[in-house]
Write a protein that binds this ligand. Structure first.
Ligand code: SF4
Length: 211
């Protein structure tokens, strides 16, 4: 079974690697390893550095994310990457966003069409992996998994049972670990992040994955 799933993931990654569906996205396509896992971590979109490393969360936000995950699972980055399938709302770097005066304001948020196009890969990943737990990292991933467009304060620190691409599963929301965000470093973000990490730590799928 697991060989069959691994093969299906490799086939999907071949399609992903060749994808050029979004004219405004900047390649290369970035995705995690073809890990057969019941945990699906969904990030937002790669930053400008991830393409050269060929893996998601390869730069500063990743350092924070893997520190959080070590706190919740006991596993270091290497082990976490080997046991959890890491996906994203969009798999290409969207480029920088600019104000009307041409000042850079951070990474561009993928538009709805790009999210929809890339969503077909997420849908395939759910179909192949049949995950039991989604870790939704950041506002866009939370919106994709739960349809939640409100404040992070209302959703971080909770676990929801929901349908995601036709599969009923648990979703735990986490803030984006970007250094540009102060939400998770100030209250109530710090406390709510701790609650989410405690939920991750106690989840039976996490316990089984990192036993
Ligand atoms: S963002 Fe997704 S759908 Fe768009 S080109 Fe990249 S891989 Fe393809």
């Amino acid at each position: 079974m697991s060989t069959h799933v691994h093969k299906a993931l490799l086939q999907l990654h071949t399609k992903l690697d060749a994808c050029k569906s979004c004219p405004n996205m900047i390649g290369p396509v970035v995705h995690g390893a073809p890990v057969v896992s019941k945990i699906l971590l969904i990030g937002q979109a790669p930053g400008p550095r991830e393409g050269s490393f060929g893996k998601p969360f390869a730069w500063t936000a990743g350092k924070t994310l893997f520190k959080w995950m070590e706190q919740a699972t006991g596993a270091n980055e290497e082990t976490f990457r080997e046991r959890v399938y890491i996906a994203a709302v969009a798999r290409c770097f969207p480029g920088k966003a600019f104000t009307k005066k041409g000042v850079k304001t951070g990474d561009r948020r993928p538009d709805d069409d790009e999210i929809e196009r890339c969503g077909k890969y997420l849908s395939s990943e759910v179909e192949i992996l049949q995950p039991d737990l989604v870790l939704a990292v950041g506002q866009m991933a939370i919106e994709a998994a739960l349809g939640h467009k409100g404040k992070l304060d209302e959703i971080i620190g909770t676990m929801k049972r929901d349908k995601f691409h036709g599969r009923e599963l648990d979703v735990i929301a986490l803030p984006h670990p970007s250094g540009a965000s102060t939400w998770h470093r100030t209250e109530p973000g710090k406390t709510l992040l701790g609650k989410s990490l405690a939920l991750v730590s106690r989840h039976p799928t996490v316990k089984a994955t990192f036993a």
